[in-house]
Design a protein around this ligand. Structure first.
Ligand code: NAD
Length: 350
């Protein structure tokens, strides 16, 4: 598998989007989010999606430069129509808007409908964390294709319905719980297939509802399970609520329409810590809390306790130093696109 610097992969993604008519600003935003996903170790949300986004542009399912329309607004709330723009661009702008509202009013909540994939959720709450705020974001797939079976069922009825919380602190890394409410993000099933690997037990059932570790069974009509294994009712319950926040509160609706465009319905909430207690005290105490939790002696099979977000923080340090590996199949797709779009010279050598 080839290994690249983040700067090189950024140039690759940026030039491909520019060749597809995406503006400088939007290509920068999309490339930055994708490479960050690779950097923190979530390759399922990194450059592996470039070809898919290019195909969506071709089909009109992503509309570069789409107008960002505020359909409804009050001091603490807003409803955004992304008009099928890049999810990264629309959600980043909506998060900035929520942060501005929370600066004045202490809290803000925003819903977004009609936008494409928003990738790794962690980036958006991190924007608020950098401003001394707590943030939460949820996303679903509206009436689009489903991936996850409800607890007790074997048919796909839910998206992977991610939820993410970010907390400001004095720790070096960002305290970030960023998770699919399914046993795994759907992208990790495709990644395992691309890499010719089996997936761990507990992630998938086949079309007849039997447990399986073969990622091909997912394509053949199987489903991803909710997070929680034998306690899967809790992951399912979380997923149900995420669907209501991001699918129903946004007005996107629910259901199963295989023809529907991928539509990341999003709910954002931001809480300005200063409106509750002094920020420096809060940040110090969150650090102390994490350090206290980490004093737990490790359980069998573990070497230490980590805080949420710490694995990504550590992976980012390593990958900035050692580079990012890209699986052969993805790299082949990318080099073909670079040739077809005649951007090899602009990208230059790794
Ligand atoms: P994951 O299971 O790798 O991690 C989930 C959370 O657990 C993270 O916050 C991580 O820091 C924490 N964690 C992991 N190991 C830990 C440990 N040993 N100790 C303490 N904390 C630990 O993530 P996932 O559920 O596979 O999701 C992967 C990514 O996929 C996320 O970034 C998510 O936003 C993204 N996603 C996006 C969509 C979308 O539609 N845009 C859908 C699903 C998932």
């Amino acid at each position: 598998m080839p290994v690249f610097t983040p700067e090189y992969l950024h140039k690759v993604a940026y030039q491909i989007y520019r060749a597809k008519g995406v503006s400088h600003d939007e290509a920068e935003v999309v490339a930055t989010h994708q490479i960050k996903a690779n950097l923190v170790g979530h390759d399922s949300h990194g450059v592996i999606h470039i070809r898919e986004y290019v195909e969506r542009i071709d089909r009109g399912h992503i509309v570069p430069g789409a107008p960002f329309v505020v359909e409804k607004e009050a001091p603490c709330t807003a409803v955004i129509n992304g008009n099928w723009g890049f999810g990264f661009v629309v959600t980043e702008r909506a998060m900035r808007m929520a942060i501005e509202k929370a600066k004045t009013h202490g809290v803000a909540a925003i819903t977004i409908h009609f936008q494409s994939h928003i990738g790794r959720l962690g980036d958006y709450p991190t924007m608020a964390v950098q401003e001394g705020m707590i943030a939460m974001i949820t996303a679903d797939s509206g009436a689009g294709p489903k991936a996850v079976a409800p607890f007790g069922g074997r048919g796909r009825r839910l998206g992977t319905n991610p939820i993410c919380f970010g907390m400001p602190s004095d720790l070096e890394g960002t305290v970030l719980l960023d998770m699919a409410t399914s046993a795994v993000a759907a992208g990790k099933i495709s990644l395992a297939r691309s890499r010719g690997e089996q997936v761990p037990p507990g992630w998938l059932i086949d079309k007849d509802g039997n447990p399986t570790t073969d990622p091909e069974d997912y394509r053949a009509g199987g489903a991803i399970l909710p997070v929680g294994a034998d306690q899967g009712h809790k992951g399912y319950g979380l997923s149900f609520m995420v669907e209501i926040f991001s699918g129903l509160l946004t007005g996107l609706g629910f259901g199963l329409d295989p023809q529907a465009r991928h539509n990341d319905g999003v709910f954002i909430a931001v809480f300005n810590v200063e409106h509750f207690r002094p920020l420096d005290e809060f940040k110090k105490e969150v650090k102390e809390f994490a350090e206290f939790v980490k004093t737990s002696p490790p359980a069998a099979g573990f070497t230490e306790v980590l805080y949420p977000g710490e694995p990504e923080y550590r992976t980012e340090q390593t990958r900035r130093r050692d580079g990012i590996f890209v699986e052969d199949e993805t790299w082949e797709q990318i080099t073909t696109m670079m040739k077809d779009l005649k951007v090899e010279a602009a990208v230059g050598q790794p």
